[in-house]
Design a protein around this ligand. Structure first.
Ligand SMILES: CC(C)(COP(=O)(O)OP(=O)(O)OC[C@H]1O[C@@H](n2cnc3c(N)ncnc32)[C@H](O)[C@@H]1OP(=O)(O)O)[C@@H](O)C(=O)NCCC(=O)NCCS
Length: 142
């Protein structure tokens, strides 16, 4: 069994997202209010097709209970989304997905991981040694 399919926490497995996971993964992102539903499967499919993307799911039994979407640029993994299914939070799924992303980023030679966090999720990232550097994030909508 490849490393990514080993389940250190009971029955939960963190693995690379496949096309079969798209519907469940999109539902979690929409239900948690992170993404608009329209066109989402196509957007995630585009990311999944990128050589340096890490699109992960957390699977428990037959259910997808978590999703992360990130892209590595040669230096840093930039996390676009992290979400756990409503009702399945605070059971270690988010941490387990981020641990796997750290492992993959290290194996690519990456030095750090950057996330744009909701204020309500800052504590989640801080519990995993994320820090707030003295820089700001500027966005131009196009
Ligand atoms: C934020 C989210 C991804 C965390 O995943 P999770 O599976 O619930 O988190 P975990 O159970 O792995 O928690 C890991 C640690 O973070 C802490 N934590 C989790 N959510 C937290 C929050 N919102 N605020 C503060 N701490 C939090 C836990 O207490 C735990 O700490 P511990 O290990 O010291 O006990 C999940 O709650 C979620 O999907 N929330 C809605 C969407 C969202 O906010 N996404 C992030 C947007 S940037």
């Amino acid at each position: 069994m490849p490393d990514e399919e080993k389940a250190p926490h009971g029955q939960r497995v963190i693995r690379t997202m496949t096309g079969n996971d798209l519907e469940s993964a999109c539902r979690i992102l929409v239900d948690q209010g992170l993404c608009a539903a329209e066109g989402l499967p196509q957007r995630i499919s585009t990311t999944m097709g990128m050589a340096n993307a890490d699109c992960l799911v957390a699977e428990e039994g037959d259910a997808i209970v978590g999703v992360t979407v990130s892209v590595f640029d040669g230096f840093t993994s930039f996390v676009s989304y992290v979400a756990v299914a409503p009702g399945a939070e605070r059971q270690g799924t988010g941490r387990q997905m981020m641990d796997e992303l750290v492992r993959r980023t290290k194996s690519r030679g990456g030095r750090n991981i950057v996330v744009a966090s909701w204020l309500s999720a800052v504590g989640f990232y801080e519990s995993m040694e994320f820090r707030m550097p003295g820089s700001v994030f500027l966005v131009r909508d196009i």
